[in-house]
Design a binder for this molecule. Sequence first.
Ligand code: ZN
Length: 241
Amino acid sequence: MRVAVVSDLHANLVALDAVLADAGDVDAVWHLGDVVGYGPDPDGVVARLAEIGATGVAGNHDRAATGALDIDWFNDDARAAIVWTQHRIAAATATWLAALPDTRTEAGILLVHGSPRDPTWEYILTAAIARASFEHLATPLGLYGHTHLPMAWTLRGTRVGSIFPDDGPFLALAGPDRVLVNPGSVGQPRDGDPRAGWLELDTDAGEARWHRVTYDIAAVQAEMRAAGLPIRLVDRLRVGL
Ligand code: ZN
């Protein structure tokens, strides 16, 4: 099965459509949450995911957008964007978001937004947190988002390692005992590359490949300005940080 794995779409429909065009004819699209928040088109992104039958999990922004998570936990810009999103989204969008589970297992692979230990909030940013995550990962492979950083953590015996997209043409999933992979972010990359990121997962070959796709960033920035979203959120799309 060939799967397009996407995460942290953040209401950026132009970026999502560029990713879906790049992915082409896949067997499934899995998303790892933060479908909305920050970006200008939450209804459009949810409608597209519903239309293509994507399955996935909730992120912290999705929970906040439907009022299930206290927005006091968010920084000023994120909070302003969430309040904007809450007032903007259609009832059908809120219903779709509220139905997303915290975790999901597809084809024996765990999908989470944050970490297996704390699916909505924890960021896997250090080897120590990756080690704790592996202790809560019951499947050989897990997919996570939330950090917006494309990379993988591996567990071999007791040793935790990290792998980045530049380390090789593809990621072999069968070598390590356990693997946690982040596809990167579709709608708001933060690794210094402003292009939209996604992960191609081939479950038969046991391989994964990270991809980056250019999209019309200026068009999305214009939409965000027109919507009155915070200028720092508009500017960061151009630099990918
Ligand atoms: Zn996010």
